[in-house]
Structures are given as structure tokens and as C-alpha cells.
Ligand binder design. Sequence first.
Ligand SMILES: [Zn+2]
Length: 237
Amino acid sequence: MRIWIFSGKQVGWWLFTCLTLGIFLGTGGPRDLPVSGGFGQNGISGRTIVIDAGHGGIDPGAVSRGGVLEKDITLAIAKELEYLLKRAAVYVILTRQGDYDLADSSETNLLTRKRQDLDGRVKIAADAKADLYLSIHANYFPSPRWSGAQTFFYEGSSEGQHLAKTLQTELVKELGPNNRLAQPGDFRVLRKAKMPAAMVEVGFLSNPREAELLSQADYQRKVATAIFQGLLRYYRN
Ligand SMILES: [Zn+2]
């Protein structure tokens, strides 16, 4: 039988290695990353964030004149944002990964389907005890002249308002001039979410120039980056 005698320095290194490898913390995924002080120095690492790509399946959302579908734009931006957040050690949950909705497949009433779909999205966030809920949509207006990204929060939610304002500032900074302000909006997902929540309308599909931009991967990445910067700033404050 050999007796191991460790010097203080050796024990220190051993502890360091164990902690780095997550042996003591049982790290199994990004959720359990060994972040000091709760959520890391940046305030966002280790958080659980739900990204909700609006619409999907039989519900395309808004459709541009050129045939750009809102459901495709929202999913593409959600996935870009997921990539950026995961690099910052955020535990990301997408409400959908592909072209489908969350309604009961046997339900034929469209209104009921829509309600089930939206409630299913919020339930994902509730079940995960998410720290934040972010819904991504694109706007549409009968006139083609309006453009620009805009954020919404549920009236009376001061955290939601703070989040939406912070995101709006970064969207304007990153995507160019835009006089729009974060506004209260009575959207079902914002009303039902129990955590800080905001909706980002990434632009107007009714504006031909913006619809074209929104369909481009480079621009989708730019929008995702703006939202990411907004989230970083939100948690830094
Ligand atoms: Zn929408």
C-alpha cells in the first residue's frame, strides 16, 4: 500500500483541474457550466433563455409580395441568436427547431390551434424555469413605406419594458436609423410568460427593401447580433 503525500501546491492544482473539468460540479451540459458568482461576470453565462421563432407549420405569419415568409425569417434569426448565446455559455431553448407549430395535430379549428401553439411556447419556458423569453416576429402593414425593427413588452412589466428598451437601442444602433420606440403590446405570449419577456419585430415584410434584406443570411446575422448585444447589455445593467 502506498501512501500519497501531497504538498499544498499539488492539492491546489488537483482542485483546480477538478473544478476546470467540472468533476465536482457534475457538469453535463451548458446549463451546469461552472460559473462563479451565479451567472458569470457578464451576468448572462449560465442563464436559461427561450427564443421563440414566431409562427411555423400551417401558419406562415406575414408574407411579403416577393413570397418571403415570416416563419422562415424568424427561425433563421432564432438559430443565429442561439449560436451566439451558446458561445456565451447560455443555455438556449428554441420553441421550435423547424417548420412546425406546437398545436395539437388533430385540432382543426384554426383559432384553437393558434392558442394551443402560443400556449405551448410559453409552457416550454415555464417548464424550463427560463430566465428570459424572447419572441421573434416580423411586421406587416398595408402600406409599403414603413420599415424598421421594433420591440414590445407587456404593459405593466417593468422588467419586460427594460428588456425591450435595451433591445430597441441595440437594434437601432446595429441596423441603422429608426425612430421607433419600445412599445407595450398585448400579445398572448408576453401576457402569459412569467419571466421577463419581450417581442422583437425584426422589420417590415410589407417594405420591399426590408423584406429583401431580411431574407439574406448576412442581414439575419446582423439582426441576431443586435439582439445578442441587447441581451448582454440587459444583463450587464
Ligand atoms: Zn408574427
